[in-house]
Design a protein around this ligand. Structure first.
Ligand code: ADP
Length: 315
């Protein structure tokens, strides 16, 4: 019906090279790497051969060029990425805790990413789109939020579909607008891609079975729950649950796994694959991504996923 599009932050990511070190003292960092959850997602769609576009904004600087060049090279339609003279490209600094958790220092609101809005190029892309993928992180940016709500309505009105990844990070939640728009998108989404606790937050229930049932009954067609190194599960109204064990890989950097997973699942479904095959490919995309340092460095082609699935044991 038209390309998969997404809206939101494009960033560079710069991360600590050692676990446990905070940002209160000098330490060694690595980067910049192309990043931003919507950017990682859309890059993975394009690498798999899916038509893909992004509505975003970067500064007229090296950090912006690094991102736009990568997206263009991987086949993403970059026509709706605005290049700002007055705002620098956004950034995220990441550190890892010994328990595996991550802390972020984000510079999004006061960067070009905070300036995302409905330009004429963005409007043209929305009019061509067949699917909108909504990232929770992007709903925290007021301008992006408006574009997202417009895109969801426009694409659904022409028979397109919508997916939602709830990744609302606590560091980014500054006003009620993000939660209100989140609930608006949740009410019309065809596919929900929560990870861990996000399922409970979306459903307002802490029981997995009850949360899934409530969301499916509210009209969401498919729910795919990401469980990190425990793999993932598929739920559909009236359909048997499908569990998929994770692939056995050595994790180097977890950032971006969920975005690659979601992009692979959606792209497989849009190519006509059944949920079980799409789930397997999505697990493979998430697993391949965590084996590479840098959020967007482990994106996969369909051929790479097939070879990985054939060669890699599961947990
Ligand atoms: P998010 O990044 O959104 O928090 P997850 O961490 O659950 O999402 O990762 C998404 C998917 O990537 C998982 O469901 C799994 O398929 C895969 N994955 C993530 N971490 C690992 C890992 N350490 N080993 C194997 N697969 C993984």
């Amino acid at each position: 019906l038209g390309p998969t599009i997404t809206v939101g932050e494009i960033l560079v990511e710069i991360m600590a090279t050692t676990v446990g070190a905070g940002f209160l003292e000098p330490q060694s960092l690595t980067g910049p790497y192309p990043s931003g959850a919507p950017a990682i997602f859309i890059d993975q769609v394009a690498r798999m051969g899916g038509a893909a576009g992004i509505i975003a904004a970067v500064g007229n600087d090296d950090f912006g060029r690094l991102n736009v060049d990568r997206l263009r090279q991987d086949g993403v339609d970059v026509s709706a990425i605005a290049i700002h003279e007055d705002w620098p490209t956004g950034s995220a600094f990441v550190r890892y805790r010994p328990n595996g958790a991550r802390d972020f220092v984000f510079n999004i609101a006061r960067s070009a990413a905070g300036q995302v809005g409905l330009t004429s190029a963005a409007e043209a892309l929305v009019r061509r789109a067949g699917h909108v993928h909504v990232m929770g992180t992007a709903l925290t940016i007021p301008g992006a939020r408006e574009v997202i709500l417009y895109a969801v309505e426009t694409v659904q009105a022409r028979g397109g579909s919508v997916s939602l990844d709830p990744n609302l990070r606590k560091e980014l939640l500054t006003d009620d607008g993000a939660l209100d728009s989140f609930n608006q998108v949740l009410a019309t989404a065809d596919l929900l891609l929560p990870s861990g606790e996000e399922l409970f937050t979306a459903a307002g229930s802490t029981d997995e079975t009850a949360a899934v049932a409530k969301l499916l009954e509210s009209g969401i067609g498919e729910i795919v729950l990401k469980r990190g190194e425990q793999g993932a599960s598929f739920f559909g109204l009236g359909l048997p649950r499908i569990d998929c064990a994770a692939f056995a890989v050595d994790e180097v950097d977890p950032t971006g796994a969920g975005d690659c997973f979601g992009a692979a699942y959606l792209t497989c479904r849009r190519k006509g694959m059944e949920p079980d095959a799409a789930l397997l490919h999505a697990n493979a995309a998430g697993a391949r991504n965590v084996t590479r340092l840098g959020p967007m460095e482990g994106v996969s082609t369909l051929a790479e996923l097939a070879a990985f699935i054939a060669a890699t044991p599961r947990r």
